[in-house]
Design a binder for this molecule. Sequence first.
Ligand code: ATP
Ligand code: MN
Length: 471
Amino acid sequence: MTTSVESYVRTPVVETLKKENIGKTVRLCGWVRTRRDSKGGFSFIEVNDGSTFKSVQVLAENKLSNYDSEILKLGIGSSVEVIGTIVESPGKEQTTEIKAESLKVFGYADPATYPLQKKGTSMEFLRTIAHLRPRTNTFGAVARVRNEICRSIHDFFQSRGFVYVHTPIITGSDCEGAGQMFKVTTLDFDKLPRKEDGSVNFEEDFFGKATNLTVSGQLQGEMYATALTNVYTFGPTFRAENSNTSRHLSEFWMIEPEMSFCDLEGNMQCAEDFLKTIFNNVLTNCSVDMQFFNERIDKTAIETLKHICDSAFVRVSYTEAVDILLKCGEKFEFPVSWGIDLQSEHERYLTEKKFKKPVIVYDYPKDIKAFYMRLNDDGKTVRAMDVLVPKVGEIIGGSQREERLDVLEERMKACHLSPEEYWWYLDLRRYGTVPHAGFGLGLERTVQFVTGMGNIRDVIPFPRAPKTADF
Ligand code: ATP
Ligand code: MN
């Protein structure tokens, strides 16, 4: 039999499942999920290629020349090419199936050793086979939802005229105030060059100074915002904190918009619109994957997202939040008093129990926040805001930035930072300073929240965490 299909044309599974494509001849490639043989002399083979959650059913009859020699050996994980016609399926489970005219095997997967044979393998086990876990239902769905969130993030900013700016991954400023940093060096640890006082001489290092992996692109984002008005960064960031939690990674992706002529209110509104847009897009564009998460991972996943899209976020000042926590009668492990950094248990009480929706806490005590946040007139609090969501806690951290040169210099000194070292940052206030604001959204916490996945290590393809850097 001849077919009109050119060898480079490939139809993704998602297309073969559409009713309107019935009658078309296709070339389909993918990996076998199951094979069922019928006594009538044919087999049903489920093929998945990751283009959608579902697999397509291929009907292979025993008149195919390699039916006995190859097709009957196909098991889960084998890779195949099918040339055939999309037909209406007589089965109840699916609308279409593919009647194979030929089936070629690219590679078999030995059932004796293929690690994904069993259903219901644990997340912990799957982390040890991160090279194969994208072939599972869960990790395929996570990858597609993560992709949709990224697409949606760019779309949100691009459609509003924000310029995507690339900030450096290797930085030479040693304190950005956001956490411990990983050193970047080519020095030979066995023969470290030393200064007279015994300290390491970084002048002999690759960059001629001590350098680190970035913890945030904010300061560089501000440089571009004070020229292009609205910008955003979207890149990897690194934190060397030894926090072994289900919400912390050592390498994660952060989205940081920075807006000139914007205050804290504008910043909060942007954050709220931004999250709602992302959630709406996922509900619309990943409905099949979301149904899976809703059934298998978190029974409230879809309902939670819909509820959030339809209602306004709660806004409470830090002082009000502390008041609520002091009066609520809940026993917290870490006691509450004005001035403490809110712990995860406090954040979760506010968003899960008290308000049952996202909460934006703003105007935090200056002593627990970074030097660049704008000082309020009370002299005690700064124009900071955190967006808290159920299950995950803090998903966004942001602030209006201090645009007054003298106040900023004072704050830097109080934080033991040298204004000389940040001359470039201060120049932005020295020359045409403007009110401006921005925030950082953690991509993985967003994926975690949307999918309901319990551990952040399962929403990034290759997690990096303390003592973990495999694959
Ligand atoms: P947390 O208090 O939860 O450790 P943070 O206050 O240190 O977070 P920020 O410096 O404000 O975090 O970073 C902005 C956002 O980046 C956070 O709101 C969060 O979504 C994300 N984020 C921060 N640290 C991590 C991490 N270690 N792993 C994954 N995401 C993170
Ligand atoms: Mn924060």
